[in-house]
Design a protein around this ligand. Structure first.
Ligand SMILES: [Zn+2]
Length: 190
């Protein structure tokens, strides 16, 4: 490159500095950090039944569900996306609230759910299921698939994190495993 006079040289310097800034920005943007937590105690043993797209209902049965969570975001001054010590109990609380209960999908059009202080009555076609109120968790979801359970858990986590953790999270992923090697996943911007 031929440089003619100081004016051209200063232009050249400005050009080089701009390029360096652009490259460093690209480098910063390409650095992405996340945490993943999949503790053994992120579990709940619960009963449920799925209702398939053809309207057929599964018999009531149970799973030992296992939850894992990934959160992506900016590092804080300590180089941390989200402090594990703060984050793990939040996920555990959500799992514990579902543990040893029957999970019922209240947004399903295939069942009617009625409740009073003592009991929950679930009506599916000509079948009735009557359960003590305390044994049931009513979930505002269309089905108790692992995918929709993962979405429900993700929304609970989001609410708790936004309320109590000063972290800059961009993206989250929650997986719910109902049997070994068999899981539903929900991913969303935070
Ligand atoms: Zn099942």
């Amino acid at each position: 490159m031929r440089l003619r006079g100081s004016h051209s040289f200063s232009d050249f310097l400005v050009f080089v500095l701009k390029e360096i800034k652009l490259l460093s920005n690209l480098w910063l943007m390409s650095r992405r950090f996340s945490i993943e937590v999949a503790k053994d105690y992120f579990n709940f043993a619960s009963a449920h039944f799925l209702i398939f797209a053809n309207g057929r209902r599964e018999p009531l049965h149970g799973h030992n569900y296992q939850v894992s969570v990934a959160m992506e975001g900016e590092l804080d001054r300590a180089g941390v996306v989200l402090d594990f010590i703060t984050f793990k109990p939040l996920v555990k609380q959500i799992c514990d609230a579902l543990d040893h209960r029957t999970l019922i999908q209240t947004s399903s059009s295939a069942i009617q759910v009625r409740q009073n202080a003592r009991e929950v009555e679930i009506v599916y076609k000509k079948q009735k299921l009557l359960l003590p109120r305390g044994d049931v968790i009513l979930l505002p979801i269309a089905n108790t698939s692992t995918e929709l359970l993962a979405e429900y858990i993700a929304r609970q986590i989001k609410r708790k994190v936004q309320r109590s953790v000063p972290a800059k999270i961009r993206y989250m992923e929650v997986a719910v495993e109902e049997a070994r090697g068999q899981r539903g996943i929900f991913r969303d911007d935070f």
